[in-house]
Design a binder for this molecule. Structure first.
Ligand code: 26W
Length: 819
């Protein structure tokens, strides 16, 4: 990390002083004294105390940015999976130990109250967590940045497992209020929907130019700000989340006329905008409410950004020099025509100038190549909700297609691929194409993913704009994913190599030679063991399953999706189970397999896979013939807080997606940084992780992305593949015939038949290679010196996968802001 942004830690306050402040907060903010304070009150009081300290840094940074006219970064994302914030703040402010002591002196256990903080689950998975890591890194690197999103009252659903099935319950993270946020009633903007467009009176006809949109529906977006603290409180940035409010809270006329429901209709509509996060991470929702949410937060954010700009600079033309607006996937892509509208209709700019400014301002990150995840909206729906934006989209499309035609290098099919409108079948607006043409930079999130983007979804747009696509391999914040979640390993590393890695995670490389030091390896193994014991205790307490911390802990935690191949993992476990029973004489490595993740409520196969994991777990875990050599644990309600406990305790990280389908993965990075070895395919960032850790410190198996593409082109060979593998056919037969579902023997028949019929996700095709790689894992585990040497090397060599590095690249190559 460059020294520019490093400042000394704020003076470490006396625990006694902090204790006094906590008591004051308890008394004057909560109106309680120690005799009646609940654990929740202690939590709130503690948060208020740190928040007060944050505010001074916050105001200082905001003032400097203003005075020095620094360029600001605006990160627009429909998801921010921030998790719990209290430890984050303690850690980054250097207050952890002082707060622990202060609370202890008041007879309060910091760990106990920390567990009461709700896990803010305003995201589905990787994309949302990446946004949270980026926010922290931008603050750490002293980049003036604002995150913009929606303050969902019910974020990601809470998952319960009942009789092995996933049940979705509402997440009520705001039940006790949110001590972090500041409501900014004065910062509210009107957002319109529907209505009609008045053409200009000066006879320009339909040509783009100044038009007046008369929406017939309006809502208010009200800002709620949460401070985001960087490492060592270098800088505090703002996460601004919008909440929907009615313009008129109650229509009194209607109420008085007896229409009590109608009187509240507007209020309910506004409320709906910020109520739920759509619980789908790889399937475009296609619902009107989703498009309304996208426009709601994009419009409010842009109005806010423009207002800030104009009030500071008194003009709008310098916007691209002072603001970099980032589109996190296509979810905010409607911001492109919205900025055009604001520039043309409210700031009187001609189309060409507005278009140039828009492209210089926006940048777009793509996070998925799955066709079913690429957003597109039926033209009639888009036109009804946003009639003015539809006109602008047509004008943009005309300009882009003209450019393509003039080049003369494109045939009709290629022109059709470039078009913002998909013409075959129902006419749909392609949000990926819109985001692409409206941005000066389009990036993928790993090297492989970026190359595939150029070859597949954006092949023709890439030919038209060959300099636009670039790669920014994802990263994770080492503060949360090492310092906070793994204090044992952090302390060990500090003792061994000093503190440099706290400020610059690349310096953790200094651990590398210690892989050959037996004493160090033992200490490292002892830390891992402690983390495993903590997890084992939790599993016993909460799930009633006894597991042996000496066993190999094998973990697959992520959204449940067929391409992520939890099914491959489970089938291999079934095969292993069979082997353990058939060959009791062999020297089996004791293993505990952890699986965790949520399935989209409408994703039938994903939910069935959860049930299968639980069915297999039930049978295996209580079979005395297994002698505890294999245990399977499905961890319910996987979220950021669960990850913080599971990852430090993992020996083996499962990153086994079908090659070419996982854009990057970020869990893979978190596990490696915490000393787990990866078993994985050459997919997403695994490819780069292998380059960094070295092929001898990772278990790579299976088809490559090219081989997958080849195989999909040819005849399905899956039946032959399955029949060629005794282990696989037996495992499939067992599952299919109801060995694990005696209450409903045909439960998995169709799921298993799918493997015979097309095997789109290459579960059968990769099975043998995966099983062989697992036996390599066993062999290495038996040589514990070799295992821990590799584990240490993983920790030492993955510093590059820090979101600080990623953000520096964005800052330099895309946003043009200094770091
Ligand atoms: C419209 C529905 C929808 C919602 C979210 C479609 C697609 C998404 C996201 C693109 C899903 C997502 O989280 N993608 C993940 O992004 C991570 C951060 O870049 C990557 O590491 C993961 O590989 C990718 O699956």
């Amino acid at each position: 990390m460059q020294s520019r942004s490093i400042q000394p830690l704020p003076e470490n306050p006396e625990p006694q002083r902090l204790a006094d402040e906590i008591l004051q907060a308890l008394r004057y903010r909560l109106g309680k004294d120690t005799t009646v304070a609940t654990p929740h009150d202690w939590l709130t009081a503690s948060i208020k105390v740190v928040r007060d300290r944050i505010i001074d840094h916050w105001m200082k940074g905001t003032k400097e940015t203003y005075e020095q006219q620094e360029k600001r970064v605006y990160y627009l994302s429909l998801e921010f999976l921030i998790g719990r914030l209290m430890r984050d703040a303690f850690c980054n402010l250097g207050l952890m130990e002082a707060m622990r002591e202060a609370l202890a002196s008041l007879d309060v256990d910091i760990d106990l109250i920390a567990r009461l903080e709700p896990d803010a689950a305003l995201g589905n998975g990787g994309l949302g967590r990446l946004a949270a890591c980026f926010m922290e890194s931008m603050a750490t690197l002293d980049i003036p940045a604002h995150g913009y999103g929606i303050r969902y009252v019910n974020g990601m659903f809470r998952q319960e497992i009942q009789d092995g099935w996933q049940v979705e319950l509402p997440e009520t993270w705001l039940d006790h209020g949110n001590p972090w946020e500041f409501e900014r009633r004065e910062r509210s903007f009107e957002v319109g929907f529907c209505g009609f467009v008045e053409s200009p009176s000066d006879g320009e006809g339909d040509a783009p130019g100044r038009h007046i949109w008369k929406p017939t529906e309006r809502v208010l977006a009200v800002a709620y700000d949460t401070p985001v603290v960087g490492w060592r409180a270098n800088r505090v940035n703002t996460l601004r989340l919008w909440s929907g409010m009615p313009v008129d809270p109650i229509l009194l006329d209607k109420f008085n006329a007896g229409d009590h429901i109608g009187a509240l209709a507007e209020s309910n509509k506004a409320d709906a905008l910020s109520r739920v996060l759509y619980p789908a991470d790889s399937h475009q929702a296609g619902q009107e409410l989703r498009l309304r949410q996208e426009y709601f937060f994009s419009s409010a954010s842009l109005q806010d950004i423009l207002q800030r700009h104009v009030s500071q600079y008194g003009e709008i033309a310098s916007l691209p020099d002072k603001a970099a607006i980032h589109l996190n996937d296509t979810h905010p892509a409607v911001a492109v025509p919205e900025l055009m509208r604001l520039l043309m209709d409210e700031h009187d700019m001609p189309f060409a100038l507005a278009w140039d400014m828009t492209r210089r301002t926006f940048a777009y990150t793509n996070h998925t190549l799955l066709p079913e995840a690429l957003e597109s909206w039926p033209v009639p729906l888009f036109e009804r909700l946003l009639p003015r934006h539809m006109q602008i989209v047509y004008a943009i499309n005309a300009a882009v297609l003209l450019e393509a035609r003039q080049g003369g290098h494109f045939n009709d099919q290629q022109i059709a691929n470039i078009s913002l409108i998909q013409e075959n079948g129902e006419r749909r607006l392609r949000m990926g194409n819109l985001a692409f043409v409206g941005s000066h930079s389009v990036n993928g999130v790993s090297m492989l993913h970026t190359e595939l983007m150029k070859e597949t979804v954006f092949a023709d747009l890439h030919r038209l704009y060959p300099d636009r696509i670039n790669n920014k391999t994802n990263g994770i914040t080492p503060r949360r994913w090492l310092l906070q979640c793994n204090p044992g390993l952090t302390t060990l590393a500090r003792e061994a190599i000093g503190d440099a890695f706290l400020d610059d995670i690349a310096a953790i490389r200094a651990l590398d030679p210690l892989a050959d030091d037996a004493t160090f390896r033992e200490k490292f193994a002892a830390v891992k063991r402690q983390n495993k014991e903590r997890l084992a205790r939790l599993v016993a307490e909460r799930l009633g399953i006894r597991i042996d911390p000496a066993a190999l802990f094998d973990v697959q935690i992520k959204r449940i999706h067929e391409y992520k191949r939890q099914l491959l993992n489970i089938l291999e476990a079934v095969a292993l189970y069979d082997q353990i029973r058939s060959h009791p004489e062999r020297d089996w490595v004791p293993r505990v397999k952890f699986l965790g993740g949520k399935a989209a409520p409408s994703y039938h196969n994903a939910k069935l896979i959860i049930k299968l994991a639980n069915d297999v777990a039930r049978v295996v875990n209580r079979d005395p013939a297994v002698r505890g050599l294999l245990k399977i644990v499905f961890v319910p309600n996987y979220n950021v807080s669960a990850a913080e406990i599971l990852i430090p305790a993992a020996d083996l990280s499962e990153q086994i997606s079908t090659a070419g389908m996982e854009a990057s993965g970020t869990g893979n990075m978190k596990f490696a940084l915490n000393g787990a070895l990866t078993i994985g395919t050459l997919d997403g960032a695994n490819v780069e992780i292998r380059e960094h850790v070295g092929p001898e410190n990772i278990f790579i198996f299976g088809l490559t992305a090219d081989e997958v593409a080849e195989r999909r082109k040819g005849d399905a060979q899956s039946r032959a593949t399955i029949e060629g593998s005794r282990e696989l056919s037996q495992a499939i037969a067992a599952v299919s015939s109801g060995v694990f579902s005696p209450d409903d023997p045909s439960r998995y028949r169709e799921l298993m038949n799918g493997l015979y019929q097309h095997d789109w996700f290459m579960v059968a095709a990769d099975f043998e290679a995966y099983a062989a790689a697992q036996r390599d894992v066993d062999a290495k585990w038996r040589d514990s010196a070799a295992w821990y040497a590799s584990a240490v090397r993983n920790v030492a060599r993955v510093g590059w996968f820090s979101s600080d590095r990623t953000i520096r690249e964005y800052a330099k190559d895309i946003w043009n802001v200094p770091v």
